[in-house]
Design a protein around this ligand. Structure first.
Ligand code: HEC
Length: 158
């Protein structure tokens, strides 16, 4: 390349631009490669059937089955009352106030003959499921009817 090459401007800042030279091979590979990749990517996106809404709906249904198993679980306890262990239910829910053997504590003793509201299955079930005014919490939401009945039978035997 001589100094009278019309593409060279030697009067500028000394940086010489040579517009005759072709870009290097790797540039073509990257440039056209990316275009081909973009076309394939868009075609895949358009024709694969994927949609963000469908994916969201699918994840929501999965999530709901994980978060709301309570309804089938409650149904299972009422259809299978055989599995109810009243002693364990009492220890887990009642012993903290009524004592581990029903001897009383925060709540009245449940192992004697004198019950404020009556010592029979119906009265005890009512105490459990609806609560009593002087500090007996209502277990209607935590315990099924079958569990309340099992607890009543258990208390009558104490
Ligand atoms: C937070 C403390 C507490 C817990 C937990 C608790 N109770 Fe009570 N319970 C009481 C109190 C206090 C009373 C007395 C309420 C009143 O006199 O109005 C009571 C009353 C009762 C009565 C009526 C007693 C009577 O003399 O007529 C029964 C039956 C009873 N509870 C059963 C249970 C069972 C079964 C559980 C477990 C599912 C339970 N309680 C859990 C505090 C509790």
């Amino acid at each position: 390349m001589s100094s009278n090459d019309p593409h060279h401007d030697e009067h500028a800042d000394g940086i010489i631009e040579d517009r005759e030279q072709r870009p290097p091979v790797y540039f073509y590979i990257l440039f056209f490669g990316l275009i081909i990749w973009a076309v394939i990517f868009m075609a895949y996106y358009l024709f694969s059937g994927w949609s963000s809404d469908a994916e969201f709906q699918q994840k929501m249904t999965e999530h709901k089955t994980q978060v709301e198993p309570t309804a089938p679980a409650a149904a299972a306890t009422t259809t299978a009352p055989v599995s109810i262990d009243a002693a364990t239910l009492f220890a887990d829910n009642c012993a903290v106030c009524h004592g581990s053997h029903g001897e009383g504590g925060i709540g009245p003793a449940l192992n004697g003959a004198d019950y404020i509201y009556g010592k029979d299955v119906a009265a005890i079930k009512a105490s459990i499921t609806a609560g009593r005014p002087n500090g007996m919490p209502n277990f209607g939401n935590q315990l099924s009817a079958a569990e309340a009945a099992a607890l009543a039978e258990y208390l009558l035997k104490l």
